[in-house]
Design a protein around this ligand. Structure first.
Ligand code: C2E
Ligand code: CA
Ligand code: CA
Length: 661
């Protein structure tokens, strides 16, 4: 996954809740504020229009008063007619019930496109208006309770109307104030209508709000699900690699971790596939989930783990001291081995220490870039060195492994071309009878004459071919070339001897292996008795029944079959019992090292006797000194393949040996 994708995922993880929440909150506030502004603007408009009209009316009355038309003034027959004339804060004239507060408040109202300065007075019986900075507003705090209890409204008895009284003052000619009472009539039905409209609007807003809230909740749930899909691991219920990379980078970049050293681990459930075959995939996944839990419980603060794939887990752990980490890993292996006590399961751990560069944690990160993919790959490379190791084990990544990896990749790239160009050469190592020093056989051993890499010994390529599966091609190639050489030598009239060819264990899974070999040898026309096949001990651990059947078939076609490297690694005495082999090759380890010579000789002589009793011929490999040759001859060993007699050699040199007998 690219860094770009990781960034995008980080964004997704961070932003999903807040953006939706903020948008919903913002829109809700906008809606409420808009509603409030519209309502108050409408009310203000009504109020100002009323005041403006009332001002005109009171001005007319003041004019009548100025003109001395007080009687006519009284006759302006209106129910709520009342006015007072105030002179220097003293009332000089009043008509009707005087409820004028007498304290004037200047206000400004819009009238005919301009502003009108008006002085208003509260009604002492009902203070339903408030005046603030030249602006008159309806005091909702006082008005609302009156709506709920109309009897409280001070005003004229009018069952369908709320009457809100206010006094408006106008200056008379003699300088006193003529204040007349005005009432703002609010029709209850209008109010109700307004209430209904406001209610409907509020309801609509509420619905919109609820809808948005539901959408937001659903959105968050969907994003959670998406996040789980992207970052979660289905098999174990834990985190996956994408999450590991993202979170791991965050941990490494954190300034507070600047002083910590870290290591990346590749933790593998060894032979997980076998476990699944023996039990079931579901059972296997159940165990993986338990493994995940064990690893997570084992982790310390600021450490991280995830399921990588199949049987692999990845972890980022603190590694301030090698010894401490080693102890912790041993502890982890101990805990993991208890995951299924009924079965002997084991785990391999590869460890890659991260570059100890504190620049990770400051701005100069490009000097020491974080690359968890590379680090995990290194941990895997270390763990891969344990592939053949049974039982739980730990391996640490070294720089040589990088070189090894590069070599492996180059071999892999060129192997096919090398095969097609016949760059692989067959070397023959003769086998001699120690009793009379006569040539009695040979082993075919591969060499690579590479135009690019020069002469490459098998130890540098065979393990790679075994790993990448190309070994079966090599086995075919070797059998074909040996058969071709044997046919040529046979036709030329040389005293041919059987030549053994190594067959890898990877080949033994193929049911028709014996037929394949027979067909190849036949296509070259070589006599079957001149070809022998060497199996390695480890091959015998797989399907024994199939193995016995293959060996029997090979023998029935006239090929000899030998067990290679007998005595190395695990004991295969049991295999000897079951497998109808012709030849037993004693491993070179018998003749090396500084083990007790007497004891070695007992083991060698008894092994030869055992082989003889089972009607098998014996070949001793890796024999370099005369004493060993003499001893083996004494014990009745049939053949010796070792530097004492000859090193592996090209075909033309071997021809000469054959001729020499
Ligand atoms: P191997 O099958 O056990 O072959 C014997 C190895 O021991 C050969 O190494 C041989 O040169 C070496 N050897 C024999 N006598 C002596 C001795 O007296 N002293 C010492 N120090 N070494 C001795 P080589 O040729 O390097 O092959 C190494 C291994 O590579 C072989 O071990 C075999 O496992 C594998 N190999 C070689 N050619 C082939 C092949 O064509 N196919 C397969 N599948 N494996 C091959
Ligand atoms: Ca061999
Ligand atoms: Ca061998």
């Amino acid at each position: 996954m690219t860094g770009k994708n990781v960034k995008a995922l980080k964004k997704l993880k961070k932003s999903y809740a807040w953006s939706g929440m903020l948008v919903t909150l913002f829109l809700s506030i906008v809606m409420v504020v808009t509603l409030a502004i519209l309502t108050s603007a409408a009310l203000q408009y009504v109020l100002e229009s009323w005041i403006s009209a009332e001002y005109d009316r009171i001005s007319y009355m003041a004019h009548m008063y100025d003109s001395g038309m007080t009687e006519e003034l009284k006759r302006l027959d209106r129910e709520d007619r009342a006015y007072v004339v105030i002179d220097d804060d003293r009332m000089v004239y009043a008509y009707g019930k005087n409820t004028c507060s007498g304290i004037g408040h200047p206000i400004k109202v819009i009238s005919d496109g301009g502003f009108l300065d008006i002085v208003v007075y509260h009604d002492t019986e009902s203070q339903l208006f408030s005046i603030d900075e030249d602006t008159l507003t309806l005091d909702m705090g006082s008005f609302m309770p009156n709506i709920l209890n109309p009897d409280m409204v001070i005003g004229i008895n009018a069952p369908d109307t709320f009457k809100l009284p206010l006094w408006i003052g106008v200056k008379t000619v003699d300088g006193s104030i003529f204040a007349g009472r005005s009432t703002l009539d609010i029709d209850k039905n209008d109010l109700m209508f307004l209430g209904v409209v406001a209610g409907v609007l509020a309801g609509v807003f509420m619905l919109v709000f609820i809808f948005m809230l539901i959408r937001l909740i659903l959105g968050i749930r969907n994003r959670r699900r998406l996040t789980k899909l992207v970052f979660g691991d289905e098999a174990t219920g834990g985190n996956n690699w994408i999450y590991f990379r993202m979170k791991g980078e965050q941990i490494l970049r954190r300034r507070s971790n600047a002083r910590n050293h870290y290591a990346v681990l590749d933790i593998v459930f060894f032979k997980y596939r076998n476990y699944c075959v023996c039990h079931s995939v579901a059972e296997g996944e159940k165990q993986l989930a338990t493994v995940r839990q064990v690893i997570e419980m084992w982790l310390g603060r600021g450490e991280l783990s995830a399921h990588y794939a199949s049987a692999h887990f990845v972890a980022l752990v603190k590694a301030d001291s090698n010894e401490k980490l080693q102890n912790r890993l041993n502890d982890l292996l101990g805990q993991l081995s208890c995951v299924d006590p009924a079965h002997n399961i084991s785990f391999h751990i590869g460890v890659a220490y991260l570059d100890a560069c504190s620049e990770h944690h400051n701005n100069a990160s490009h000097d020491c870039p974080i690359d968890l993919e590379r680090d995990y790959n290194n941990a895997c490379a270390a763990r891969a060195t344990l592939d053949e190791t049974d039982g739980s084990a730990i391996a640490y990544f070294t720089d040589e492994m990088v070189e090894e990896q590069i070599w492996e990749d180059r071999v892999r790239e060129r192997q096919m071309t090398a095969l097609l160009n016949e760059e692989f050469v067959v070397y023959y190592q003769p086998k001699y009878n120690p009793a009379d020093d006569k040539l009695t056989g040979a082993e075919a051993l591969i060499r690579w004459q590479s135009p690019e890499f020069g002469f490459v010994p098998p130890g540098r390529i065979i393990p790679i071919f075994e790993k990448n599966g190309f070994i079966t091609e090599i086995d075919h190639y070797m059998i074909r070339h040996v058969a071709r050489d044997q046919k040529r030598w046979y036709d030329t009239g040389y005293k041919c001897v059987p030549v053994s060819v190594n067959v890898s264990r990877a080949h033994f899974v193929e049911e028709d292996l014996a037929e394949q070999i027979r067909d190849i040898v036949d296509s070259e026309g070589a006599p079957h008795e001149l070809i022998e096949l060497e199996l390695t001990e480890s091959a015998f651990f797989d399907d024994k029944k199939a193995l016995v059947s293959t060996i029997n078939k090979l023998k029935s076609y006239g090929f000899a079959v030998s067990m290679d490297d007998f005595g190395s690694g695990y004991s295969s005495l049991n295999s000897l019992k079951d497998l109808p082999l012709d030849v037993l090759k004693l491993d070179a380890d018998f003749f090396r090292g500084d083990s007790d010579v007497d004891r070695s000789e007992i083991v060698i002589s008894e092994t030869i006797r055992l082989a003889q009793a089972l009607h098998m011929r014996t070949v001793a490999e890796g024999v370099e000194v005369k004493e060993q040759v003499d001893f083996l001859a004494q014990q009745g060993c049939d053949m010796i393949q070792g530097y004492y007699y000859a090193k592996p050699m090209p075909g033309n040199e071997f021809e000469q040996r054959m001729n020499a007998g």
